[in-house]
Design a protein around this ligand. Structure first.
Ligand code: F6P
Length: 353
């Protein structure tokens, strides 16, 4: 067996663990070899590759990032791209590609499969927004990083009687915000799934502070949006791939809150620190299970499938189903975060003059 492996899209902790697991499984169980392509599909199209052995994967399990490098380049956006992918299959004698990536990369897996290229998908993203898998690796690491940051922010917020607004990643969905907000005891969590009303957020914060709580942490997903007819946000720039460059919503929320409540407010934008560094144990294990399962899928010629986590089992789903919609934060989770955002007022406080 001969597999070509690549990592695409934004990096995330656990990518190297998938590579290591795929190489080990291919060598140990199939006596096969793996070719690593650099910088996602660009390495395939530009023939930038190297063999990967178990020796090359020593020490990789806890290492963040990806030893293969990554990019958002994809064959459909590159001159003669798909033909060059076919040439690579021939040149390297590949049974299939294992493409590790997020929502955009899984869309490319779907299209390449439709064009007859043998490929299997492995979902990754700290955003945890890929449908049909209950979790993507990288997500738990990001939540842990955010929670640790929020724990630290609590003590400084309390010392200064401030509102601290923390911006976390989450382009279209608020899984990181919802989990980190719950784990970190946020007073308010704002997610893209539920457009927010600034006046209502300010009312809740004022109530808390008027009833003895002396600090508030507000967690806001970078993709959170104000409800129509409330505050206006400026047009955001777009990057070379047409994605809006997010970031900055926390500054707006903090300044609006300070104006509306009169309470001093500050901002922390966690940014790429959420994607860097070593994966937590859960992500190492999930990534390893995905790597093994991806090689199994190639062995079974289950091309066009994506490996996924469902009810603690690793399963395969057609990638076309996985990319049909994003996995948003569900009602039950929104309800749970909502319960902890209602200002808690003791009965005697309510009746006090
Ligand atoms: O998709 C993962 C993600 O981390 C998003 O949460 C975030 O909006 C985006 O990547 C940032 O991308 P870049 O690294 O290109 O700025």
């Amino acid at each position: 067996m001969r597999i070509g492996i690549l990592t695409g899209g934004g990096d995330c902790p656990g990518l190297n663990a998938v590579i290591r697991a795929a190489v080990r499984t291919t060598e140990i169980e199939h006596g096969g070899t793996v070719v690593g392509f650099h910088d996602s599909w660009r390495g395939v199209v530009e023939d930038d590759a190297r063999p990967l052995t178990s020796d090359d994967c020593r020490g990789l399990l806890p290492r963040g990032g990806t030893i293969l490098g990554t990019s958002r380049d994809q064959p459909y956006g590159m001159d003669g791209g798909v033909a060059k992918v076919r040439e690579a299959v021939e040149k390297y004698g590949l049974d299939a590609f294992v493409a590790i990536g997020g929502e955009g990369s899984m869309g490319v897996v779907k299209d390449l499969h439709a064009d007859g290229i043998p490929v299997v998908g492995v979902p990754k993203t700290i955003d945890n927004d890929i449908a049909h898998t209950e979790m993507t690796f990288g997500f738990q690491t990001a939540v842990q990083i955010c929670t640790a940051a929020i724990d630290r922010l609590h003590t400084t917020a309390e010392s200064h009687d401030r509102v601290l607004v923390v911006e976390v990643m989450g382009r279209h969905v608020g899984h990181i915000a919802a989990w980190a907000g719950l784990a970190g005891g946020a007073a308010v969590t704002l997610v893209p799934e539920e457009p927010f009303d600034m006046d209502e957020v300010a009312r809740r914060i004022s109530l808390r502070h008027n009833h003895g709580r002396w600090a508030s942490i507000v967690v806001v997903a970078e993709g959170a949006v104000p409800a129509p007819g409330t505050i206006e946000l400026p047009e955001l720039p777009v990057d070379a791939y047409g994605h809006q460059v997010l970031g900055g919503i926390a500054h707006r929320v903090a300044s609006e809150l300070e104006n509306l409540t009169g309470i001093e407010s500050r901002t922390t934008v966690l940014g790429h620190v959420q994607r860097g560094g070593t994966p937590v144990a859960f992500d190492r294990v999930l990534a390893t299970r995905f790597g093994v399962a991806a090689v199994d899928a190639v062995a079974d010629r289950a091309f066009g499938d994506m490996v996924a986590l469902q009810a603690d089992q690793i399963v395969r789903v057609p990638v076309s189903e996985a990319v049909a919609h994003l996995k948003v934060v569900d009602r039950a989770m929104l309800r749970t975060t909502g319960i902890f955002q209602q200002p808690y007022i003791r009965a005697e406080e309510e009746t006090a003059p």
